[in-house]
Ligand binder design. Structure first.
Ligand code: SF4
Length: 267
């Protein structure tokens, strides 16, 4: 059997998490702004990022033992996932993320953040319930404008489906947040829509959230993409502040986080 480990200790870039967990290598959502495409894990196949994804070859039930071992060293807080989407299309067939959640029900981490942009996560509501208050689902919704989604993340699920998924998760009693990450050009209705969508909102951008002060995003050509579509004014660190101000005015009781601090575990 393979020696692949499920849990990877974090190196400090994800504030508060002890481990990341990536069920897949590659990601068929292929978002334009995804900086994983330039990391070794995105380059090794020599094929364009977004055109491939494969499950990690290891026994998912072994995750329980890994969690138990890691717990001996301290709290185990898991970010699922940092370099792929755990609910990308392949998951519908493979069920690998679901199998990992099953292992977590046997040996539950102190906290797990399920970070996705896919409504497929609702398939696993039964498993998520078993993790109780130790799990939170963070649904990426970068904008309320479908025309922007089609420019920046054309292979990702439609926005309306993501909002429906958030509602279904909340109705099932699962803790949720909406991750406006990275923020894309949005309509005047977006703050209200966000406040209605989830009790926690995290806002991030290319300048705070790409781990390099915006340099990685610049190298990916994001500024050029904005310019080409007449969106130059939106490529600006002040855009995050504008949305956060609007959200705080609209709903002072809401939990609103910014960048890494917003994603931090709060069991
Ligand atoms: S879903 Fe996440 S990992 Fe996949 S391409 Fe988009 S940003 Fe990258």
């Amino acid at each position: 059997m393979s020696n692949v480990r499920w849990l990877t200790p974090t190196s400090g870039f994800l504030s508060g998490y002890s481990h990341t967990l990536n069920p897949y290598v590659g990601c068929s959502f292929g978002c334009s702004y995804c900086y994983v495409r330039r990391l070794p894990v995105g380059l090794f196949r020599g094929e364009p990022w977004g055109s491939w994804a494969e499950p990690k070859k290891a026994d998912p039930s072994k995750l329980a033992k890994e969690i138990a071992l890691a717990k001996r060293k301290g709290p185990v807080t898991v970010f699922l996932s940092s370099a792929t989407d755990p609910y990308q299309p392949l998951e519908a067939k493979s069920g690998l993320t679901r199998a990992l959640l099953e292992a977590m029900a046997d040996e539950t981490p102190d906290f797990v953040l399920v970070q996705t942009r896919s409504p497929l996560v609702t398939r696993d509501i039964d498993q998520l319930k078993l993790l109780g208050h130790k799990v939170r689902v963070s649904m990426t919704v970068e904008t309320d404008r479908e025309d922007m989604r089609r420019i920046f993340t054309p292979s990702a699920p439609p926005l309306a489906a993501r909002f429906r998924a958030l509602k279904a998760l909340q109705e099932a009693g699962i803790a949720t947040q909406v991750a406006v990450s990275p923020i894309l050009p949005y309509s005047a209705d977006f703050p209200r829509i966000l406040v209605e969508a989830a009790p926690r909102i995290v806002v991030d951008d290319y300048f705070q959230g790409d781990g390099s002060g915006g340099k990685r995003s610049e190298a990916l050509g994001m500024r050029r993409l904005y310019d080409e579509h007449g969106l130059t004014e939106w490529y600006d660190p002040a855009v995050v502040d504008g949305l956060v101000d609007e959200l705080r005015k609209l709903s002072p009781g809401h939990t609103i986080g910014v960048s890494a601090q917003g994603f931090a575990p709060t069991p």
